[in-house]
Design a protein around this ligand. Structure first.
Ligand code: GLA
Length: 702
């Protein structure tokens, strides 16, 4: 349980999480200043760390030493400003005046401040979700004046101040469409480095989390400071490293040059930028984030995600009722539990050039509407899911012809198209209301169980000519998406949603709080997926990671891999089938049936268990990972070999997370192993010969 205490003498607060401590204080001039973040310390122990008052002789170097709890632009501060505003008279510098604090139960702290002169109130919020070491932070800004708006140049949710360490290294992911979530681990440069997205979505190119370590941390050992932002629009996270070894991480929503205004009486609440200190290596950091996601982020984490079928790779835009019916029939014989019809079912959407925005079923393709297909899928014992892309419009659509002003645009500027589509301005209440309206009726009238909510292109020319404060659309678009998702879920409690953005362009804790799973990547090549899933899993859990088995050669890489390899890769997440199963030979169908049945047995361990990355994908061609069930300790190990080389003998793979005193039985061979031996020495995986070999080993704890 968390505990938060205030010490009046030092004007400091100590936040104790399950296994860590965090402390901050007020300086003499009321600035909130960081004191400590790391292994658990008591109040007495932390009091040793509170600096003496008085100026250092070399204070002109760096008066605030990077210790600001939220680095405002103002005074003699030269670190990256987390909060930067401009008042109506042009003044920018902020001066803190402390008002009060509230400690709410064991888990929540609010510190209230006001500018010394101008009508701006700032609240710093801290919350420790029970049972975690995660500290959620966000701020609220209120313009409590009556006359003038305040320009908000930058409003980060939090600045995380890290202890001085010599060799800071950062872990983060980079990528692009069909190549998301590629893990990088590199030295933190001195100076400022900003990671972010200016695309209006989280992006394929970076993901809003960072992990920092002292350069010595490994998968199984060492300290990690991490921070993750719960936001699905543009964002920025800046690391600043000084010559003294100090490192800060400041982050939030927004992007340079976009300056929304805070009107008199208005409050903005920033998204959560959560921090986490862990010991036990990168593996322990990931497991702590996974538990946090399962216990405090996902809406129905206790559920097991069903095995789905998705028609996209099988049909592309060639959608017909007969075609969907035969796919559904075949899928049901395999043990699929959720049948999802992808793009191509509505309007004039027979290709990507037209129809987006016209969300009426295409009567040439479905003469009696969607209902007969939905009913058949239900009769076959499966749930029915449907693809939608509510934020988009093709210029060749009735919607755009009727409402050309509904899209993001600037006067006298090109409306740049990507994939022949433009972005609707969801910050407009009429547009957001329209979207909720048709989604609500679509789901309600047809008994739809699942939506795949896609978003296939970033913003451009993001203007709103009729609005006095157009820059607010960047944030409000995302809030509107959230609000529609929330309303849909409230109106249809059985509805489940997959977040997609041309694959993994919108994966973050903000969207995960409102969806049940994410489409990890359009790249379904099993070998590439090992890398993508490795990066995804640094922070996000398998429980939300959609992974399909698709046809060969893969449409992105043109690679051919054994069906077994493709199944094993997808079974390490939320298994789905995305191939043209009507054309599969009987032996492949039979194999798929077996693997789907097997997946249903192991899925509680995969989806709810604890991940141990045994060998990362970038080593010698063999990669392995393991899930361990939290309740009965049973475990599933996946081992993959890309290519066989030089008749090398198999190496034992050391397992993790087992009970050293227990024994484990291999569910397939019956062989019994000592947990101690598996941990200390490892297990020979028994991979088949040749390239793209894989093994799945199930161990039950005796
Ligand atoms: C995006 C998605 C795909 C598919 C297509 C349909 O690319 O990521 O899975 O739904 O759109 O147009």
């Amino acid at each position: 349980m968390a505990e938060i205490v205030f010490d009046e003498d030092t004007r400091s607060w100590l936040i104790r999480t399950a296994a860590t401590s965090y402390a901050l204080r007020l300086t003499e001039d009321d600035t909130p200043s960081h004191v400590y973040w790391g292994p658990a310390l008591t109040r007495d122990q932390v009091s040793d760390l509170i600096p003496e008052t008085g100026q250092r002789w070399d204070a002109f170097n760096d008066p605030n030493e990077g210790l600001d709890e939220l680095a405002v632009d103002g005074g003699t501060r030269y670190w990256t400003p987390a909060l930067q505003v401009r008042f109506a008279d042009g003044t920018r510098a902020l001066e803190w005046r402390y008002l009060s604090h509230e400690i709410d139960g064991e888990e929540r702290l609010r510190l209230r401040f006001r500018d010394r002169h101008y009508p701006l109130s700032i609240t710093l919020n801290y919350r420790v979700p029970p049972g975690t070491d995660v500290i959620e932070r966000w701020i609220e800004l209120t313009n409590d004046g009556t006359e003038d708006a305040i320009e908000v140049i930058r409003s980060d949710s939090a600045t995380w101040v890290l202890p001085v360490r010599p060799g800071y290294r950062i872990s983060h992911v980079t990528g692009r469409w069909a190549a998301e979530s590629q893990l990088l681990r590199e030295p933190v440069p001195h100076g400022e480095v900003t990671f972010g997205s200016r695309r209006g979505i989280t992006s394929h190119h970076a993901n809003p989390w960072v992990m920092l370590d002292d350069g010595e941390t490994t998968e199984r050992h060492g300290e990690v400071f991490s921070a993750a932002l719960a936001w699905s629009g543009s964002w920025r996270i800046t690391t600043t490293r000084s010559s003294t070894g100090r490192l800060t991480v400041t982050g939030g929503s927004g992007q340079d040059g976009v300056v929304p205004r805070l009107a008199p009486g208005d409050t903005v609440t920033t998204p959560v930028f959560a921090g986490l200190y862990t010991e036990g290596g990168f593996g322990a950091a990931s497991r702590a984030w996974h538990s946090y996601t399962l216990d405090h982020v996902l809406p129905h984490p206790g559920e097991l995600r069903p095995v789905l079928y998705n028609s996209w790779e099988a049909t592309g835009f060639d959608v017909t009722e007969a075609g969907q019916r035969s796919l559904a029939e075949k899928a049901s014989t395999l043990g699929v539990e959720l049948f999802v019809m992808d793009d191509g079912w509505f309007g004039a959407r027979t290709g990507d050039h037209a129809g987006l925005g016209d969300w009426q079923v295409n009567r040439d393709r479905f003469p009696d509407g969607l209902k007969p297909l939905v009913d058949q899928v239900h009769r076959l014992g499966m749930k029915f899911g449907l693809w939608v892309e509510p934020e988009m419009v093709n210029p060749d659509s009735d919607l755009y012809r009727a409402h050309p002003d509904w899209v993001l645009h600037h006067p006298h500027r090109t409306r740049s198209e990507l994939r022949q589509q433009l972005v609707l301005n969801f910050a407009r209440p009429d547009v957001a209301g329209w979207a909720h309206g048709w989604l609500d009726s679509l789901v309600g009238e047809h008994g739809i169980d699942f939506l795949k909510w896609d978003m296939n292109r970033p913003f451009s020319e993001a203007g709103w000519p009729t609005d006095g404060d157009p820059d607010r659309l960047w944030v409000e678009h995302t809030h509107a998406v959230y609000a529609i998702l929330d309303r849909l879920r409230a109106g249809h409690p059985g509805l489940r949603i997959e977040a997609c953005s041309g694959g993994g362009g919108r994966i973050d804790f903000g969207i995960m709080a409102r969806t049940d799973q994410v489409w990890t990547s359009d790249n379904t090549d099993a070998l590439d997926r090992l890398v993508i899933q490795h990066g995804y899993g640094q922070v996000y859990p398998a429980r939300a990671m959609s992974a399909w088995v698709t046809d060969d050669p893969n449409f992105v890489t043109h690679r051919t891999t054994p069906l077994r390899f493709r199944f094993h890769v997808a079974m390490a997440g939320v298994l789905g089938i995305g191939g043209d199963i009507v054309g599969w030979p009987e032996e492949d169908l039979e194999y798929a049936r077996e693997q789907i049945a097997l997946y249903k047995e192991i899925r509680p361990v995969v989806q709810h268990g604890r991940l141990h990355r045994l060998v990362p994908p970038e080593t010698d061609g063999v990669t392995a990972l393991q899930y361990v069930a939290a309740d009965d300790g049973s475990t599933v190990v996946f081992v993959f070999r890309q290519a066989a080389h030089f008749h090398a003998p198999e190496r034992p793979i050391r397992l993790g997370g087992l009970d050293v005193a227990a024994r484990y039985r291999d569910a397939d061979t019956g062989k019994v192993w000592h947990g101690a031996a598996l941990l200390a020495h490892g297990l020979l995986p028994g991979l088949p010969d040749g390239d793209f070999a894989s093994a799945l080993i199930r161990l039950t704890k005796l």
